[in-house]
Write a protein that binds this ligand. Structure first.
Ligand SMILES: *Cc1c(COP(=O)(O)O)cnc(C)c1O
Length: 411
């Protein structure tokens, strides 16, 4: 199934000639690290002392009782340093950069979460760091830009095209072509040219490895269904990795249905007619594109799911039927988030809340003997600006207006 970076018909490495040697160097370093048991140990030790690993699984007893069906367990990736599973990927790549002897990292970021994670890793390892971010996103995501800069990263606003994520990706590749000897490109999810999808899945597989062991301890059986949200696909692949060889475990990926699939304001790449197979950004997968191959505008209340492509590994699982794909609307997601906070005192990120929303649709149909596991990919309290907005909280609105007035009066 897996040949030269292909997963079925998906994947590959469609890269400019000039980058071929850099990709070969990266692939060689990754393969060598993968075969060295000391490397994964070093990675686990680092994540244990820097990022609260192993993250626990939590029995959501109140939610389980509320729905009266399956027992619901939650894998707590929100407890990672910087608040999401993204830390697994960036710290792993950081260790690889150290092995390759490079001193500079670059990354693309949309909402800024991957930028903050990469800048954090760079600060820890002492690397120079440049983050490419669309000008529109820089304006929208000031809190993340603030932290990237404090962490020592140079944030470059990209003024090309639509001035958002896809333009930031192009700009990052341009930088890499000019600086490949010194620089590593820290790709943020299980997408892009080979070996990135495989490498990101490898680092994120720590989620599934831990989860399988933990759930066999309590409740003492494998889950019947496992739910994860799907943006690029890295947290889903990370959790699914632990259960791919367990035929009794059904894997469910949840995409962002935004304002509804029929509105075309969504980010559902698998199983809608708005998406088709294409090659862009160096790899082959399903993209939300029009007939001429122009990328469509996507929408989700969750910035991290708002992406035109999807991991080639997941695209293949979609075609083979190894993973079932569903979607949740913005409205369902905000409801699931509200309920989870209220019932369990845990605050999932809007991205993660997609997995919760779908699990909540299915839990009541299952018996009390059944166990489901939800990946809480990140925490929501850091997204207060977006969440309070999505919940349309009137006091929050007053607070923001009050702050603005305070600042204006200060000058
Ligand atoms: C970035 C992000 C995602 C989406 O990325 P994947 O690669 O699909 O995992 C999901 N959840 C959170 C909390 C994120 O920050």
């Amino acid at each position: 199934m897996f040949e030269h970076g292909y997963y079925g018909q998906f994947g590959g490495a469609f890269i400019p000639e000039i980058l071929v040697s850099t990709f070969e160097e990266l692939e060689a370093a990754f393969n060598k690290a993968k075969e060295d048991p000391a490397f994964f140990n070093e990675y686990q030790t680092l994540m244990g002392s820097y990022s609260c690993r192993p993250t626990p699984i939590t029995f959501a007893e109140n939610l389980s009782n509320h729905f009266g069906g399956a027992r619901i367990y939650v894998k707590r990736e929100d407890l990672n340093h910087t608040g999401a599973h993204k830390a697994n990927n960036v710290m792993g790549q950081g260790l690889l950069v150290k092995r390759m002897g490079k001193k500079r990292v670059i990354a693309e970021t949309g909402a800024g979460q991957h930028g903050v994670a990469t800048a954090t890793m760079a600060a820890r390892f002492g690397f120079d760091c440049t983050i490419y971010m669309g000008e529109v996103d820089v304006a929208r995501q000031r809190p993340n830009v603030f932290w990237m800069e404090r962490l020592g990263a140079k944030v470059v606003p990209v003024t090309e095209g639509s001035r958002t994520l896809k333009d930031a990706i192009n700009e990052a590749f341009r930088d890499w072509v000019n600086n490949m000897d010194t620089t590593h490109y820290v790709l943020g999810t299980a997408c892009g040219p080979h070996p990135f999808p495989e490498m990101v899945q490898y680092f994120q597989s720590i989620i599934g490895k831990e989860a399988r062991r933990q759930i066999l301890e309590t409740p003492g059986k494998l889950p019947d269904r496992v739910f994860a949200c799907v943006g690029g696909g890295s947290n889903a692949l990370g959790l699914f990795s632990g259960f791919l060889n367990d035929p009794g475990v059904e894997l469910v990926g949840v995409e962002a249905a935004g304002r509804g699939i029929e509105t075309r304001q969504h980010a559902v790449r698998l199983g809608t007619k708005d998406a088709s197979i294409g090659i862009a950004q160096g790899y082959k997968t399903y993209f939300l594109q029009d007939r001429d191959g122009q990328m469509c505008d996507t929408h989700s209340v969750a910035a991290g799911l708002d992406y035109v492509g999807v991991s080639p590994i997941l695209a293949n699982y979609y075609e083979t039927g190894q993973v079932r794909f569903e979607s949740a609307t913005d409205k369902e997601v905000v409801e699931a988030l509200t309920l989870t906070v209220r019932k369990e005192g845990i605050i999932p990120a809007l991205e993660s809340s997609h997995a919760f929303a779908q699990a909540f649709k299915e839990a009541p149909q299952l018996s009390r003997d059944s166990v489901i596991l939800i990946n809480q990919s990140g925490r929501g309290d850091k997204d207060i600006f977006t969440i309070a907005d999505a919940m349309d909280d009137p006091s929050w609105r007053e607070f923001i207006i009050g702050k603005a007035e305070e600042y204006r009066a200060r000058k």
